[in-house]
Design a protein around this ligand. Sequence first.
Ligand code: ASP
Length: 342
Amino acid sequence: MTKNISLIDLDPRIDSGFFMAKKDNKEAINGDFKGKDILSLDQFSPLDISILFKHTKRMRTIGVNAKPSDLLKGNIVTLIFYEPSSRTFGSFGAAVKQLGGQTIEVHDVSATSVAKGESLEDTIRVFEAYCDAIVIRHPIKGSIQKAADAAFFVPVINAGDGAGSHPTQALLDLYTIYEKFHRLDSITALLCGDVLHSRTHHSLIEGLSIYPNNTIYLLSPKKLKLSREDFAKYSKNNIKLIEIHDEKDIPENADVWYWNRIQRERFENPKEAEKYKDKFILTQQLLQERGSENLIILDPLPRVGEIDLNVDADPRAGYLRTQIRNGMYVRMALLSLVLDKA
Ligand code: ASP
């Protein structure tokens, strides 16, 4: 259903036909990204992902050759982050600028009216008056949906929703896996760390569920396994999930190792996180014992000890190489599709 709010008539961009009033619920992409909120991976089909990846390849050419592009000329994108970020914030900002657009960058909401008690909804409605899309990160799961509901016509992109999801991270992870294996089906992946709280793990599970015949091993301390609610939700998808709690159970044939730090900020008592910090560290020795020859090692970063520095030189390590740069290309492609400029 289209949002039924008369306030939308107040924005002259509606009259000019530039914007349409948005629908008030999450929409499947269905081959058409224009104006849609990007909230989670369950909006995507294999066709949608292949459209995105086709554009990503074009974006890569622009980025690699520092080729001037004015695809987003005239567009303004607001980046509003209620939580710290380096890569997601930096790569969205770079993506807009690579394509000739401009950004409003709010990295510290304590310097905005949020500090005076302004609601998330009002903040979103204010910024949408100034821009064509909003990229938002928030520490509380469910807030990005709230932001999308509040925006009358500007698309909202989820850049990290508390311990919930992080769809653009998963899209770049899928792209990086695809680059390596030229397929996204029949993949065996190992996801290691704080599976309970890691939104990057959650979204990658959803992303790999879009394709047939994938198996994911989830290696975590017992206390940090998926919530039973999430386990049931993800198991309904087209994916085999196997929970393990000992390195000895790592399968030797995994294609992808995806490590993510313990999410300290999600614990009621951050000291509790310390207990798990050194439980599973990816070392050269572990790689020798359980890693396959053709493996790709990924980490959404920041790294806070979960991968030993000695692993960086291993040719299988993708986390400080392609994974980061791919984040910018995928976000360039996504923004240009959502803004109908691809
Ligand atoms: N940067 C990723 C995120 O925002 C991973 C992490 O912080 O551990 O979820």
